[in-house]
Design a protein around this ligand. Structure first.
Ligand code: EPZ
Length: 421
């Protein structure tokens, strides 16, 4: 298992560029299955999960060509199978995003059930409910979802829980269905909007993305298209919180301030001066100790659950008490136990964590537990006295491109021991 050695250091200062959004690139790569003409993508982040998706699509017969450092071209014309095997799906739940496109474009799909993960059960019942409503025959056998439909038909689908990948899977399936599909209580995340933009470039007829009601008119076929993936708002937020937590001044470029309003409000409440431009955001703590903030995670445009851990790290040395409510996932406080090992004062009461800011944190060996939380541990380790060893950092490589290079560019003392993927 590769590890990071992180030295406690002073304020992070400087500028980093955001990469493309992982959670937009993943569904967009799978959208290539909807068409037998090429799809050309740019600003695709270099991440473990992207590699896994490329492997998954290639073993189905999709031709996947890395045409540049962040550019990929895909052509699903030569597809030979519609199976997403367990050994790939279990490493990345987002593989479920091949289900909708395969059923819509190829009439069938055999996708391994993703199973749970560290942060929760992560069921896909709403994905399956929607496909059934569109006429697919669904059976669950041997840990696989088997879905068949000669031709999906438009339907009105009401999600009883807001689901990001559920919305994405069914929006993709609906692009080739007969008639109109209406998705009610749809996810409004910017990554859903970016997928809709890409599908529209491919010839899909979609309106309402970014609202709770998305309407899709099925078309006969999709065509060749090019798309640039939007910036990663969670990576952006992670570096901004790191700047604020270490009392520094950090600018993130190649990003979009409109993607993370709720996060910027919290940074201001923590006492940061926040400056924004069309493609940058800067936080400046002016050397001051942050104030603890209260967090209540919600579907977009509410506060993103993927930023909860990072603010918990900020609260560890902030002034005052913070109350953090996690409403999306049932087990997303594992990072709290690691932060407590560094000396943080955190009390967990069900889905609520109460933080009391301390004057100092001290290095101790800790372990990354899930993708987004792992970056929170780096932030806390940078605020702790001494050298902290963080184990299982492969979680970070799944969702952050060159995280140690970017933190080092801000003055962070971070060294990787062991191999990167
Ligand atoms: C997406 O996961 C993201 N992943 C997650 O980021 C993110 O935390 C999450 O949305 C919430 O914003 C990708 O986009 C690849 P959900 P997703 O379906 O779609 C329940 C990362 O690695 N639910 O919106 O799997 C579910 O249990 C990850 O970047 C059902 O009950 O999340 C959860 O409580 C971490 N039935 C809630 O809905 C379903 O069929 C929201 O889950 C689907 C979901």
């Amino acid at each position: 298992m590769d590890k990071f050695i992180v030295g406690g250091n002073g304020p992070l200062m400087g500028e980093v560029a955001s990469s493309g959004a992982k959670n937009a690139a993943l569904p967009i790569l799978c959208a290539a299955l909807l068409s037998d003409q090429p799809l050309h993508l740019s600003n695709v982040p270099k991440l473990w999960d992207i590699n896994t998706t490329k492997k998954l699509l290639s073993q189905m017969g999709v031709s996947v060509t890395q045409t540049g450092e962040h550019e990929i071209s895909l052509d699903a014309k030569p597809i030979t199978t519609h199976i997403a095997p367990y050994e790939l799906v279990r490493t990345m739940r987002a593989s479920i995003l091949v289900l909708g496109p395969l059923v819509a474009a190829r009439g069938q799909a055999h996708v391994s059930l993703p199973g749970g993960c560290a942060i929760g059960a992560r069921p896909v019942d709403l994905h399956l409910m929607g496909l059934k409503a569109m006429g697919a025959e669904i059976t669950l056998e041997g840990g696989f979802v088997h879905a068949k439909a000669s031709k999906l038909k438009g339907a009105r689908i009401v999600f009883d829980t807001v689901t990001v990948t559920g919305t994405e899977n069914l929006m993709m399936a609906a692009t080739l269905a007969d008639g109109e599909t209406v998705l009610e209580n749809a996810a409004r995340e910017p990554e859903v909007v970016d997928l809709a933009r890409c599908l529209r470039a491919m010839g899909a007829k979609i309106e309402g993305e970014g609202t709770t009601t998305i309407r899709i008119q099925g078309v006969k076929a999709l065509h060749e298209a090019s798309h640039t993936v939007l910036p990663d708002r969670i990576e952006t937020g992670t570096f901004l919180v790191a700047g604020a937590a270490t009392r520094g001044k950090v600018r993130v470029t190649n990003t979009d301030p409109g993607l993370l309003d709720a996060v910027l409000v919290k940074l201001q409440q923590a006492g940061a001066v926040v400056r924004t431009g069309t493609d940058f955001i800067e936080v400046d703590m002016q050397g001051k100790r942050p104030l603890a903030v209260n967090i209540h995670t919600m579907p977009h445009p509410g506060f993103p659950t993927d930023m909860q851990a990072q603010f918990m790290a900020l609260n560890c040395l902030a002034e005052g008490v913070g109350v953090i409510k996690e409403t999306i996932f049932e087990n997303r406080f594992m990072h709290a136990h690691e932060l407590i090992r560094l000396g943080a004062e955190i009390r967990i009461d069900g889905h609520t964590a109460i933080t009391t800011g301390k004057d100092r944190l001290a290095a101790a060996p800790i372990m990354a537990t899930d993708l987004r939380a792992s970056a929170a541990l780096v932030i806390a380790a940078m605020m702790a006295e001494g050298e902290t060893v963080i184990d299982r950092v492969y979680h970070m490589d799944r969702g952050y491109e060159d995280i140690e290079g970017k933190f080092a560019a801000l003055g962070g003392k971070i060294k990787r021991v062991g191999k990167q993927f």
